[in-house]
Design a protein around this ligand. Structure first.
Ligand code: ARG
Length: 457
């Protein structure tokens, strides 16, 4: 076996077909697993010593040699080397460092349990990093909400004005979905935390390897129960792809709100210059590209989930080479969020409400429900109150005036029991303050919500 021959060159004679080489190689993608591959290999060398397979001295030589390999890998880019994948590359560099004894490292191990181990180590770390940076986005939302309790916005359903809400309440409606995502990502971290090493290619390890020691060395939470399942289980990766896709979906909804609210037609929110772009043609443009790109990137995240589901579907038992496709999609989801999350965080931190536009947009029809509730409090059944208010709103539309500008006579025509007290209803503050029940938009409920959100962070 020569220095760059494949790990299986004893079995397959002759050169690999030229057309097979790029299909077979995954080094450019899995090179980023080198720290995990080194760690896993060092733990394996120690386990082989403990099992009596290697002499103490051989174990030390391998561990030290792997340290030197790590130094070389950290100092220069090796992704263009001819090696098939990161495992082959590390093994070849180890030969260069320590000679023949390098050939003992792979005893009792297969690339099948090796790659599953490396990938899970990466996944645990990646999920944890996402939990952290997602927390930063949530904290930006929370800060913005804290500053926006006194602003009242039209609240929309079906993108039609529904009822007035506090701006902070709207902002926090984007906090909680991300908070659920953070919990999902913590769960993903735990799901990734199952040690496959010691499963071999499929049937398990024929040497007395202490898997508990491996688990502890590598920081896994549990040990896989079935070697066949261990080498092909990518459920944690699916959960990762799903959790990140859901982050994308949530951010795309926030982004869509920012696009809409930043338009001239709404004009509620202004993004800072650092997160806006101009047009090469239209001099007046101020485009919310940050929000559009975040919304667009969610497509990749969703696509990656579908890709992985499709790769896994219908695979026969055990390891199959199709599984090599698992890494690119997860790396892409991770890279996408690594770019997206700080950008959306910055956009939120620089966003400002434009209260004059908001006030102009508040249509007194937003208080129609409050008017019905007012009637209910005088003893009118809600269904009847609904009908009365609908008539009043229609009259305002017929006359082409805001509903609070109608004369008392018009109100009384719709319902004779009304007197001039009815005009108290047309007060934004009164409307939001009425909704004090937990989770509502009254100041107290919103302040409680802010406290709850702070506790979560
Ligand atoms: N590059 C491979 C992967 O990512 C490593 C495992 C290869 N195993 C094998 N039996 N060819 O899945």
């Amino acid at each position: 076996m020569g220095p760059t021959d494949p790990l299986w060159s004893g079995r397959i004679q002759g050169e690999m077909a030229e057309a097979m080489v790029p299909l077979n190689r995954s080094l450019a993608v899995d090179i980023r697993l080198w720290p995990q591959d080194i760690r896993g290999s060092q733990a394996w060398a120690r386990a082989l010593v403990k099992a009596g397979v290697l002499e103490d001295e051989e174990g030390t030589t391998l561990v030290d040699g792997l340290d030197r390999v790590a130094t070389r890998l950290s100092e220069s880019d090796h992704s263009d080397e001819a090696d098939e994948d990161i495992h082959s590359l590390v093994e070849r560099l180890l030969y260069e460092e320590v000679g023949e004894v390098a050939g003992k490292l792979h005893t009792g191990r297969s690339r099948n349990d090796q790659v599953a181990t490396d990938f899970r180590l990466w996944g645990m770390d990646a999920a944890e990093r996402l939990v952290r940076i997602l927390g930063e986005v949530e904290s930006a939302l929370l800060d913005w909400a804290t500053q926006s309790v006194e602003i009242i916005l039209p609240g929309y359903t079906h993108l039609q004005q529904g009822q007035p809400i506090r701006a902070a309440h709207w902002i926090l409606s984007h906090f909680w979905p991300l908070e659920r995502d953070r919990a999902a990502l913590r769960a993903v971290r735990d799901q990734a935390g199952v040690l496959p090493l010691g499963s071999g290619a499929i049937a398990g390890c024929p040497f007395p390897i202490d898997r508990e020691l491996l688990r502890a060395h590598l920081g896994f939470l549990r040990i896989s129960e079935n070697s066949i399942d261990a080498v092909s289980d990518r459920d944690w990766a699916l959960e990762f792809a799903f959790a990140t896709a859901r982050v994308g979906v949530h951010l795309s909804r926030l982004a869509e709100d920012l696009v809409l609210f930043g338009s001239k037609e709404f004009g509620f929110v202004r993004l800072s210059d650092g997160f806006s772009t101009g047009s090469s043609l239209m001099p007046q443009k101020r485009n919310p590209d940050v929000a559009e790109l975040v919304r667009g990137k969610s497509g990749r995240l969703t696509g990656n989930l579908v890709s992985l589901l499709t790769v896994l579907k219908g695979l026969p038992t055990g390891y199959n080479r199709d599984l090599q496709e698992d890494k690119g999609v997860l790396f892409d989801s991770m890279d996408t969020l690594t770019i997206v999350l700080p950008a959306i965080e910055g956009a939120i931190r620089g966003a400002e409400f434009q209260t004059d536009h908001i006030e102009a947009a508040l249509d007194p029809q937003l208080l129609a429900t409050d008017l019905a509730d007012y009637l209910v409090r005088t003893g009118v059944p809600f269904r009847k109150a609904h009908e009365v208010v609908a008539t009043i709103v229609r009259r305002a539309e017929d006359q082409g005036i805001p509903v609070d500008q109608l004369s008392l006579e018009v109100f009384q025509e719709a319902y004779s029991g009304l007197d001039s007290d009815v005009f108290q209803v047309f007060d934004w503050e009164r409307s939001v303050e009425a909704r004090e029940a937990l989770g509502g938009t009254a100041r107290k409920a919103v302040l409680d919500q802010i406290m709850a959100a702070q506790t979560r962070l």
